[in-house]
Design a protein. Structure first.
Length: 254
């Protein structure tokens, strides 16, 4: 099995190395193609106005000056064009990708692009807490990741679907199991604008995150992580809402 590993935290991210080790527990044919720099939050974006610069770091390891989506396309359509990957693993992301995060995540987007290209794809993310945010441990992901991925591959990932896997902020031996979950929803606004002033008094702005305690709904990815479980969420490329489509068809066509 040929496995392509990518991420959004960049070619030097510890989580990328963790993901490569997970992949090597499954296969000896592992290729890494990741962004040259941190691309967190770029979602499923493409570099259409800038050239893609490709740098070989070592054997079977490349850096692309672009987004995670660029990296997957570069790998499948150029680096591995004669024998495309059988599996795409995107991650292991530094921090969870759940609820609304899924729409922003470059990690999820890497798996999404693999799915677009017809390759079974899985996004992997590791949650962390305030005490570990500067040096997250990927031990839970590394320990449990291979078994979770094997089960998913044995079952088969249908075309048009990707799997979003999140590992809780716990040591491997304290992980409370695996839960299949729905994408959650936070019950308050997540983002805010942090206004500051530079040395000349001119304003500038950061997009900042509210760190509030919120309730989680049973069955969601958020709830699973709160309970110390690994969250496994199937996501669809097709975002069509079929019930609403039926209503609109009746509205416009009588």
């Amino acid at each position: 099995m040929r496995i392509l590993v990518t991420n959004d935290d960049g070619i030097h991210a510890p989580g990328l190395d963790a993901c490569a080790r997970i992949a090597r527990a499954l296969s000896d044919d592992v290729w890494v193609v990741a962004p040259e720099f941190d691309q967190s939050g770029v979602s499923h974006s493409l570099s259409l106005s800038d050239p893609l610069r490709l740098r070989q770091v070592e054997e079977k390891r490349f850096a692309v000056k672009g987004t995670p989506t660029d990296c997957v396309i570069m790998a499948v359509r150029h680096i591995l064009k004669d024998s495309k990957p059988d599996l795409v693993l995107s991650g292991v992301n530094r921090g969870q990708n759940v609820a609304e995060d899924v729409g922003y995540s470059g990690t999820v987007a890497g798996a999404m692009e693999g799915t677009v290209l017809g390759i079974p794809s899985i996004a992997l993310s590791q949650a962390y807490g305030l005490a570990t945010r500067h040096a997250p441990s990927y031990a839970a992901a590394e320990h449990h990741g291979p078994a979770v991925i094997r089960k998913l591959l044995e079952e088969g990932i249908p075309p048009g679907l990707l799997i979003n896997v999140n590992f809780p902020n716990r040591p491997p031996e304290e992980v409370a199991g695996v839960r299949v979950t729905a994408q959650g929803k936070r019950n308050q606004e997540l983002l805010r604008i942090d206004e500051r002033a530079d040395g000349r008094g001119n304003p500038y702005f950061w997009i900042a995150f509210e760190r509030r305690i919120f309730e989680t709904v049973n069955g969601s990815d958020l709830h699973a992580l709160d309970q110390g479980c690994i969250s496994v969420t199937p996501l669809r490329l097709d975002m069509t809402d079929e019930p609403m489509m039926t209503k609109l068809a009746q509205l416009f066509h009588g």
